[in-house]
Write a protein that binds this ligand. Structure first.
Ligand SMILES: Nc1ncnc2c1ncn2[C@@H]1O[C@H](COP(=O)(O)OP(=O)(O)OP(=O)(O)O)[C@@H](O)[C@H]1O
Ligand SMILES: [Mg+2]
Length: 256
C-alpha cells in the first residue's frame, strides 16, 4: 500500500521577479501535526514562499501539493477551501468592520450560502449566520479576545489585531496555517502568549508553518526548521541543529 502523502510538499519550486530569483529550486515536505519554522535573513524569500503556497503567486516552475493534491496555479479561494489559510506580515484586517465580523468573513468559505448571499441577509440564511457568529465567538475566546467582539477592529491595539488575524485565519478550518511574522511589533509578554497560542493551535490538530525573526520564539515553539537564504534552501533540521549550523550563522551575519 502506498504511504500517506505529505501534508505539504514542494518540488523544485522557483519564482523570479525580473532579475531577482526570489525562490530558486525549493524542495521540501512535511507531515501533519507539527510546527514548522521557516526562517532566513530579510529578502530570503519567506513571504514569497507563502504567496506561492496560498496561490497569491503562481510559481515559474515546480509543484506544490497538499495531501497529495496539486495546488499550484489554483485560485486563492480554492486553496483556502482545500485547507490552507494564512496571516500577513503587515496585518490585513477589514478595519472598519467589527472584530467578530472580520472572523465571520473568514468563515464564509465553509458556509453553504457564501459571502455575498450572507451579506444580503436573506431570511433563509439567518440561521446559518447565527451558527457563524457562535463559531466566531468561540475563536475569539480561543485567541483571548472574548470581550472584544463588537469593537471596531481598526481600534484594537496592534498586538490584538495580530491575534484577530489569527482567529480569522482559523475560521476557515485550515489543515495548515501559515503565520508570517506574527510576533513583529509585539512586546515580550505578548510574544510569550503568542508562543502558547501557537502550541494550542497545533494541539487542535492544525499544522503550523511559522515565519519569524524572533529566534527565541522560533527555537522554543518549532518542531523543525527550514532555512532560506537568497531564494535557496540553506538548511533543514531540528531547532538545536539549526542553531549550531555554521552556514545559517554565516547567512545571518552576512546579511546583518
Ligand atoms: N511582488 C514582488 N515584486 C518584485 N520583487 C519582489 C516581490 N515580492 C518579493 N520580491 C523580492 O523577492 C525577494 C524575496 O522577498 P520576500 O518578501 O519573499 O522576502 P522575505 O524572506 O519575506 O523577507 P523579510 O524577512 O524582509 O520579510 C526580495 O528580493 C524581494 O524584493
Ligand atoms: Mg517577508
Amino acid at each position: 500500500m502506498k504511504d500517506k502523502p505529505a501534508l505539504l510538499k514542494l518540488a523544485s519550486v522557483s519564482k523570479a521577479f525580473g532579475g531577482v530569483q526570489a525562490l530558486d529550486d525549493i524542495s521540501f515536505e512535511f507531515d501533519a501535526g507539527l510546527i514548522m519554522g521557516l526562517i532566513g535573513p530579510n529578502g530570503a524569500g519567506k513571504t514569497t514562499l507563502f504567496n506561492v503556497i496560498t496561490g497569491a503567486y503562481v510559481p515559474d516552475s515546480g509543484a506544490v501539493s497538499l495531501d497529495g493534491i496539486p495546488i499550484q496555479g489554483r485560485r486563492i479561494q480554492d486553496i483556502v477551501h482545500l485547507g490552507i489559510s494564512r496571516t500577513f506580515q503587515n496585518v490585513e484586517l477589514f478595519e472598519s468592520m467589527s472584530v467578530i465580523e472580520n472572523i465571520m468573513v473568514g468563515r464564509h468559505v465553509r458556509t453553504r450560502s457564501g459571502f455575498w448571499s450572507a451579506i444580503t441577509r436573506v431570511p433563509a440564511i439567518r440561521r446559518e449566520e447565527k451558527a457563524l457568529r457562535e463559531r466566531a465567538q468561540e475563536l475569539l475566546d480561543f485567541v483571548g479576545l472574548a470581550d472584544q467582539a463588537d469593537r471596531r477592529s481598526g481600534d484594537l491595539p496592534f498586538g490584538w489585531q495580530r491575534l484577530l488575524e489569527i482567529a480569522r485565519a482559523l475560521a476557515s478550518d485550515p489543515k495548515l496555517l501559515l503565520l508570517d511574522e506574527p510576533a513583529a511589533g509585539l512586546n515580550a509578554v505578548e510574544t510569550g502568549r503568542l508562543g502558547e497560542l501557537i502550541g494550542n493551535i497545533r494541539d487542535l490538530g492544525v499544522t503550523v508553518m511559522l515565519v519569524e525573526h524572533d529566534m527565541a520564539l522560533t527555537m522554543s515553539v518549532c518542531d523543525q526548521i527550514i532555512v532560506l537564504d537568497q531564494g535557496c534552501m540553506l538548511a533543514e533540521g531540528l531547532p538545536r541543529e539549526i542553531q549550531s549550523n555554521a552556514a545559517v550563522m554565516a547567512a545571518y551575519l552576512g546579511n546583518g
